[in-house]
Design a protein around this ligand. Structure first.
Ligand SMILES: [Zn+2]
Length: 403
């Protein structure tokens, strides 16, 4: 403390305007510190409140904070409240209570760095959904930019802080999985990676040519119902290599063979246990074996980003609802059922995977073919193969890829 006071003295002596920092944790200490600053000719004081605000549910600490602010406000001409720019922590009663106060802090920027956007819904996570906001700074940027740019989030958050200080409310926002922004987006389904019939190699070749900028997987991407780990390892390696090459946006959706993270964890466990080592008795060896099972970790990571459905807002304001079909309707839905689903979801176009059959009805309904041929002993099933739905500037188009 003394050290900093010495520095402050030097700064003042050099004619540089300085703000003193009011330190202390009780009235006595504030009094002492303030006295010292006043003798040095300082009439502006800063006070840190971020620690108090973190514990804002504790009435004792909040009482201490208000005492400190009142004290500082009575002794000094101006007061700077540091760490008080989170508009959700303080509702800005400070401005009325202390007209001589200014606030500072970087929470609006730190939150922006963590993907958070200030809104009437609270701090929404722009890494989970695209945030559509109509506030003044956001009306000048591309829709969906809040999910892709820390700078744009920071500008938005800062403007919300300024509005909050001015006594205005929070901006209304809408959360949508994907705001389509002129990019080439491909929707595919049913790769069943890890099975004999998987056409993942064909898929990789097709996508290498198409170079989509965003890929949506409508379920059954990995199929771990078979325990052929060698196959799963080879095919998943090719798949993840492609993802790396394309370096596109990737949106996995849960399907049937990959219904949820807990279900996937069970399947991973079954495969990881599928060798003749006792996991407890031979623990050291068990861990060493795990080393070879790295693809399982990657597959799990793939699904950590998965969701149950995807809503896409197109540039023309159309809404597409994409999901794993059997989770909505047991068989291919009738036109009436499609209408019901669309009404329920508030969308104008339904895209489903999971049926392994191609179906197109006007611009309202698309069912995608699979990238998996039926098993040899399954003579009955007929699959439509190697289909992908593309969405780009020109619109929506289904394309099939020959061998
Ligand atoms: Zn905004």
């Amino acid at each position: 403390m003394l050290h900093s006071v010495e520095q402050l003295r030097r700064v003042i002596k050099a004619g540089i305007p300085a703000i003193g920092l009011l330190n202390g944790s009780n009235a006595d200490q504030y009094e002492k510190c303030a006295g010292l600053l006043v003798t040095m000719g300082i009439d502006c004081v800063a006070i840190h409140v971020s620690e108090y605000l973190k514990h804002r549910r504790d009435p004792l600490l909040m009482g201490l904070m208000w005492d400190a602010l009142k004290f500082a406000s009575s002794k000094f001409r101006k007061m700077l409240i540091v760490g008080a720019t989170d508009p959700f922590l303080i509702r800005y009663p400070i401005k009325e209570a202390f007209p001589n106060a200014s606030v500072s802090g970087l929470s609006w920027f730190i939150d922006a760095k963590h993907g958070l956007v200030y809104s009437a819904l609270g701090k929404v996570n722009a890494y989970e959904k695209d945030v559509v906001c109509g506030c003044v700074p956001c009306s000048k940027i591309e829709k969906g930019a809040l999910s892709r740019s820390t700078f744009d989030r920071a500008v938005h958050n800062f403007s919300v802080v300024q509005d909050a200080i001015a006594g205005q409310g929070f901006p209304e926002v809408e959360l949508i999985d994907i705001v389509h922004r002129k990019k080439k987006l491909a929707i595919v389904s049913d790769l069943h990676i890890g099975t004999n019939g998987s056409l993942v190699a064909d898929f990789c070749n097709a996508m290498r040519k198409e170079k989509p900028e965003a890929l949506i997987f409508l379920g059954d991407t990995f199929d771990m119902s078979t325990s052929d780990f060698k196959l799963l390892e080879e095919q998943s390696e090719a798949f993840f290599k492609l993802m790396h090459q394309l370096s596109c946006e990737v949106y996995p959706v849960y399907g049937g063979a990959d219904r949820s993270l807990p279900m996937l964890a069970d399947q991973l466990k079954r495969i990881a246990y599928d060798y003749e080592i006792h996991p407890n008795l031979d623990f050291a060896r068990y861990l060493m074996w795990e080393f070879e099972y790295r693809p399982l970790y990657q597959i799990f990571k793939f699904y950590v980003a998965a969701r149950d459905s995807i809503t896409i807002l197109t540039a023309r304001g159309r809404r597409l609802y994409a999901a794993y079909g059997p989770s909505l309707n047991f068989g291919m839905p009738s036109p009436e059922r499609v209408g019901e689903i669309l009404k329920e979801k508030g969308c104008g176009c339904l895209v489903l995977g999971g049926y392994h059959r191609k179906a197109i009805r006007g611009r309202r309904f698309y069912s995608l073919g699979a990238w998996q041929v039926p098993a040899e002993d399954d003579k009955e099933s007929k699959h439509d193969l190697r289909g992908a739905l593309f969405l780009d500037e020109k619109g929506i188009a289904y394309r099939e890829f020959g061998v």
